[in-house]
Design a protein around this ligand. Structure first.
Ligand SMILES: [Mg+2]
Ligand SMILES: [Zn+2]
Length: 193
């Protein structure tokens, strides 16, 4: 099977509300137009893959079990609205905080591209025809590192980053969108065959 294109989606601030560390499923709030965005991707056959840094694990703020419960809640809330995620990839590490095995310099904490590379190999994705959507410059850098396009959303940290810090961005986004649905509409409009 030919590799599929994907939209990689940051979780906190992009797919869900940025509320700080999500240490209980009840803290997870899916943003209003996120389910529709995922449904659009499902409808055109573009893989929808979450890529998220969760250093709260390395820092000892919550366990892997809690993270699993939070992500399961995300999947089921989206499913109730007819939206399907093709994968969720998590970096639980931090380079200097907490204890091993989570305290480590890893290749998967964005801005590094390890999560994208792992997803591409496991799910058969064409990175050069894929796009990452996120609310921080570190998301954009991860996309650039694998030849994917990037979209900055103005939800989460996005508005502040774009308004006050864009001069310091190491990578310029290919597009700036109000939210995930706007980003997905841009991806679908501008995709190459
Ligand atoms: Mg984020
Ligand atoms: Zn990592």
């Amino acid at each position: 099977m030919a590799p599929r294109s994907a939209v990689f989606i940051d979780r906190d601030g992009t797919l869900t509300e940025e509320v700080g560390y999500v240490n209980h499923p009840r803290r997870l709030r899916v943003l209003p137009r996120s389910a529709e965005a995922i449904r659009r991707l499902n409808g055109v056959g573009i893989a929808a893959v979450v890529v998220t840094n969760q250093a709260g694990i390395a820092r000892g703020y919550f366990s892997e079990e809690v993270l699993t419960a939070v992500n399961a809640s995300l999947v089921s809330q989206l499913k109730e609205e007819g939206a399907h995620l093709d994968g969720i990839y998590v970096c639980p590490h931090h380079p200097t905080e907490g204890r091993p095995p989570y305290r480590m310099v890893c290749d998967c904490r964005k801005p590094r591209p390890g999560l994208l590379l792992r997803a591409a190999s496991e799910l058969g994705l064409d990175l050069g025809r894929s796009t990452l959507v996120g609310d921080k410059p570190s998301d954009l850098v991860a996309a650039g590192a694998v030849g994917a396009r990037s979209v900055l959303v103005l939800t989460g940290y996005g508005l502040g980053e774009w308004e006050y810090r864009r001069d310091a961005f190491p990578v310029t986004p290919d597009h700036v969108a109000q939210d995930l649905l706007d980003a997905v509409e841009w991806v679908i409009r501008s995709r190459r065959p």
